[in-house]
Write a protein that binds this ligand. Structure first.
Ligand code: GLV
Length: 318
């Protein structure tokens, strides 16, 4: 009699990506049954059978149907929907991806830091007006770049800025060294950290603790002329306070990839700010070729009964 195969559901929310991952996983692990769902109805039918989900977010009422679920591998870094469904996930191991996003997020942060220092918006406007307007661009070399959140992503961002000779400083809950960071400030010393930043990069997960991390009082403490880059989660920045800070000139501008609500509403006042770059949550792009190796690694470990990589603590929130 043929043994019943263990079922793996792939559900990224994008059919093409699901198909690519399915093919690669079937090839690597012929001993498992790999399934995908083309509709919510199909998903509801499959969920009660699956032991493993490799997926992006899933509403908690759907998750409740996965009664045989043992492991949820998030194809991404953020785990907010799973934290919200924590009570339904007793006995389910949750892992996420950390490595693949640092590189693209670091390139995003560098792009917009340099766009700010090189006054890209003013250059574009001058070109449109056909006027020759020389100026001395500010330099990243010698600037101070502060990074809030020194996890896998934050450290990769630090490495890229340090390579371009910025002074990289960081802040996190507790003191201690971090690679490529000249000085790590504990949260208790955040005033001193904020006062030094020419560029501030937020690479924070969404947790109760990071909600409203950058509100009026802290925006007011930033070094005058600071440029903000947010690649973590929108909940870390109080958008109303950010608009006030821009109006009052507390900061010079921002590049925002994440927002309190996504998609950003067409009514948001942020859209019309010349000094703000708005991008639609693209800084940590999620290409199959980047996410496949760590997914295969963890599947191999799981099937061998070995400890998994990047285990998430749903109480802590990351
Ligand atoms: C994207 O924002 C992610 O959390 O992977």
């Amino acid at each position: 009699m043929e043994a019943v195969k263990r079922s793996v559901l792939i559900h990224t929310g994008r059919a093409k990506q699901d198909a690519l991952l399915r093919e690669a996983i079937e090839r690597a692990f012929p001993q498992v049954r790999v399934v995908t769902a083309a509709s919510e109805t199909a998903l509801r039918e499959l969920l009660p059978e699956v032991e493993i989900i490799l997926g992006w977010s899933m509403p908690s009422e759907l998750l409740a149907q996965a009664s045989r679920l043992r492991w949820y591998q998030v194809i991404g870094a953020g785990v907010e929907p799973l934290v919200a469904a924590r009570d339904r996930l007793h006995g389910v191991m949750v892992t996420n991806l950390r490595g693949p996003f640092g590189g693209p997020m670091a390139e995003y942060a560098l792009t917009y830091a340099l766009a700010h220092l090189q006054r890209l918006r003013a250059v574009e406007a001058a070109q449109r007006r056909r006027v020759w307007e020389p100026f001395i661009p500010a330099r990243l070399d010698g600037s101070t770049v502060g990074i809030a959140g020194l996890g896998a992503v934050g450290v990769e961002i630090a490495q890229r800025f340090a390579a371009l000779r910025a002074h990289v400083i960081g802040v996190r809950r507790s003191a201690g060294a971090a690679a490529h960071v000249e000085r790590v400030y504990p949260l208790a010393e955040i005033d001193a950290f904020l006062a030094r930043c020419d560029v501030l990069v937020l690479a924070l997960p969404a947790t109760e603790e990071t909600r409203g991390f950058l509100s009026s009082d802290r925006l007011a403490m930033l070094k005058a002329g600071c440029f903000l880059i947010n690649v973590g989660r929108g909940s870390a920045v109080a958008e109303r306070d950010l608009l006030t800070a821009l109006d009052r000139g507390w900061i010079a501008g921002a590049a925002l990839d994440v927002f309190e609500e996504e998609p950003l509403s067409a009514d948001s006042a942020l859209w019309s700010r010349e000094e703000v770059f708005i991008t639609p949550h693209i800084s940590g792009i999620n290409r199959p070729e980047d996410v496949l190796p760590p997914l295969l690694d963890n599947l191999r470990l799981y099937l061998a009964g070995e400890p998994l990589q990047n285990v998430v603590d749903l109480v802590r929130g990351y």
